[in-house]
Write a protein that binds this ligand. Structure first.
Ligand code: HEC
Length: 478
């Protein structure tokens, strides 16, 4: 062991001499202690890399042991230096986010020096314990809910979105402090969106109300109801334009029967009564942890729906994905909801390298934004979000200059954005439909809104809550 250290020192010292006297004076001290895996590198990898780089996770190789990491030393140095690893796409100038995956300059230079010194292992006694992963889970779930079948996925071809009902069977409302989705076959599961599904009675009551509302619009309300009707409150938020999703795409109306494509023998249709979205799984984002006092609610009797986007990979397989839930110890004061800011009117001309589209929403009630998930498909290249406050002040709240479809990050604000009534959120997305975009499946095609990755979206999922109006007005009165 000693000999390795001395040898490394000699090598570095020689390099220093070649590179000139001034540099030698500066670098002699650090060179004397070349970083080792056990002492310096393992702590960096455990804190920043092994959540993905361990057996059974999304990264192609484990970086837990020296034996695992040693063959990748050069690749580590280059991926860290060029900023592709750890994956994180927000411009550091705007916003502060929970769990930002970024190495400090110190950590980067330690990795570079380790690799330059021949990636030595070091003293066994220096090696910290590897992080504990709980049977594959990153959280400690109180309950695990699974898909009800091993869903068959063919070797090739395109699979339309499938909707898997995952019963929860809670007899009382449950409040969730953490969840984690674990796909069954990671190679086939491109992403999963999570929704609540109301029980039959609730859906039927809702449909009755909708029918009545339609009758009222057509024939006027029944006289008694009209006399008692309260003025309709303003919606909590309003969109500038273009949120009507095209027929036949998820979220839009179904196509007329004669235009519907045969969805195949294993089609699991979108169930009636699918309610609010709760987030989802995608590469780089499979876990939610809500801070003390915040959480999501799964009402008694509701089920979950997994909207599955499968991609085929040359081998027939099956998938049974699951979700682990951790219950909040006490009922959180703040229940988070989700909504989406979209622009479904996009139409990207063939070959267009710099297509942009935007949209905005105005908040009629005070709204606190907890997180943003920008989502475009393989032609998406960038995102920009700006808030205009009622006093006219503007603030860039998130910028993703090099959007990468392979990484669907949830950007959770360390200080949730508190937007007074009258604030506006503006979003803009960029697309490259030219041959310059290496992920472009067909630069000769005009691209419009669609579920599939060769179609496009301009979609931002927003997790938020509306603080109760009484607290602010009470404070203002005092
Ligand atoms: C959020 C998950 C995640 C984290 C965190 C992460 N990686 Fe990765 N890494 C991946 C995935 C997935 C790939 C393969 C796909 C790709 O290259 O984009 C990858 C690829 C790599 C590669 C290239 C492997 C090859 O085939 O050439 C290297 C090297 C690497 N990661 C190093 C690191 C290091 C070092 C860290 C920590 C500083 C890190 N990664 C953190 C998910 C992650």
């Amino acid at each position: 062991m000693k000999r390795v250290v001395v040898g490394t020192f000699a090598l570095l010292a020689a390099a220093v001499v070649w590179s000139g006297a001034n540099v030698a004076a500066e670098q002699a001290a650090p060179a004397a202690a070349a970083p080792t895996f056990n002492k310096d590198i393992a702590p960096i990898l455990y804190a920043n890399c092994t959540s993905c780089h361990r057996p059974g996770e999304i990264a192609p190789m484990s970086l837990i042991t020296y034996k695992d990491a040693r063959p990748w030393a050069k690749a580590i140095a280059s991926k860290v230096a060029d900023g592709t690893m750890p994956p994180w796409h927000a411009d550091p100038r705007y916003g502060k986010f929970v769990g930002e995956r970024r190495l400090s300059d110190d950590q980067k230079s330690t990795l570079a020096k380790w690799v330059a010194a021949g990636a030595p292992e070091g003293n066994a006694a220096d090696l910290p314990a590897p992080p504990a992963y709980n049977d594959g889970w990153n959280i400690t779930p109180d309950v695990v809910l699974s898909m009800q079948e091993d869903y068959p996925i063919p070797a090739a071809g395109e699979v339309p979105y499938q909707y898997m009902v995952v019963p929860a069977n809670f007899t009382e409302d449950r409040f969730i402090s953490d969840w984690e989705i674990r796909p069954g076959d990671r190679r086939a599961v491109h992403h999963i969106l999570l929704y609540l599904l109301a029980p039959k009675e609730v859906v039927e009551a809702q449909m009755k109300r909708q029918q009545q509302a339609m009758l009222n619009r057509m024939f006027g309300p029944p006289p008694a109801a009209a006399a008692n009707a309260a003025p309709r409150p303003a919606p909590p938020f309003e969109f500038a334009c273009c949120v009507q999703i095209p027929d036949g795409q998820s979220g839009g109306r179904p196509l007329p029967k004669d235009q519907q494509k045969d969805p195949g023998p294993n089609y699991r249709a979108r169930p009636v009564g699918m309610a609010q979205g709760m987030g989802g799984f995608s590469p780089g984002g499979s876990i939610r942890h809500f801070p003390e006092g915040m959480g999501m609610r799964i009402p008694a009797g509701y089920s979950l729906v997994f909207q599955m986007h499968y991609t085929t990979y040359g081998k027939a397989t099956t998938d049974r994905s699951k979700i682990g839930l951790k219950f909040a110890k006490t009922q959180p004061k703040t229940i988070l909801n989700t909504m989406a800011l979209i622009n479904a009117s996009l139409s990207i001309p063939p070959g267009e390298a710099n297509y942009t589209i935007d949209n905005a929403m105005t908040f009629n009630r005070e709204t606190v934004i907890y997180s943003l998930v920008p989502h475009t498909h393989v032609r998406g290249t960038g995102w920009h979000y700006e808030v205009t406050y009622p006093d006219g002040r503007k603030d860039v709240v998130l910028s993703v200059p090099k959007y990468d479809f392979n990484w669907q990050h949830e950007y959770i604000f360390t200080q949730p954005l508190r937007l007074p009534a009258g604030s506006k959120l503006y979003a803009k997305a960029w697309y490259d439909n030219s041959t310059r975009n290496k992920s472009n499946p067909d630069p000769t095609k005009t691209v419009t809104w669609g579920d599939q990755t060769w179609e496009e979206m301009m979609y931002t999922s927003i997790t938020f809550y509306n603080p109760p109006p009484s607290t602010t007005s009470a404070q203002q009165q005092r």
